[in-house]
Design a protein around this ligand. Sequence first.
Ligand code: SAH
Length: 221
Amino acid sequence: MNTQPEDNYRHKGMRKQLVDQLRTKGISNETVLSAINEVPRHVFLDSSFVELAYQDMAFPIGSGQTISQPSTVAFQTQLLQVEKGMKVLEIGTGSGYQACVLAAMGAKVFTIERQRNLYFKTKEILEQLPFRVKPFLGDGYEGLPTYQPFDRVIITAGAPSIPEALIQQMKPNGIMVIPMDNAEGEGQTMLRVTKLDDGTLKKEEFGDFKFVPMLKEIGND
Ligand code: SAH
């Protein structure tokens, strides 16, 4: 089927309200806000959740996974400092929403999902939308050696450490945004990691979050 998903004036109105809400929550990057305004979030949720698609809430998307809260998507995207034409690698495709927000900013997005059913479900949704996103079924810890190097890497699952292969696949001065498990074992601290010219890593912290865990290998669980 090549019918475009419906995106009516009511959806657009709710989206505009969401953008206003994100402004009050400290999202100030206009490119990020206009990408949120552009991507129809309701298309990524089961139709019974359409009314709730534009609330600032996380949501179940099946297979025990969640679509991140819009303010978290906006926050991570803002930290990533994406520019038009950049190659961006996302780990944890999930619903595909975050990937489309990055693509709406003009990035070429490569995204990896490990959960088989979710990968196929999301691939189908992405095919109906006009965003430049290439989905892959794989283990995000390994990255995408064939498509490296990347300008930016964004991880959308809670990671126990900074995956070395992903640092290797980043350009000099590349930036990674990664929610890293905190010492208390409760949730994650948002880190921005910059790979400096000499290969050393500059790390900055941006507060506490809660993500589903970054697991190893492709699976059906
Ligand atoms: N970015 C998503 C939210 C993702 S939730 C969105 O916009 O909807 C985190 C996702 O990471 C889940 O779908 C989970 O299955 C996936 N994941 C966990 N470990 C992974 C790994 N090692 N490689 C790729 N994906 C992984």
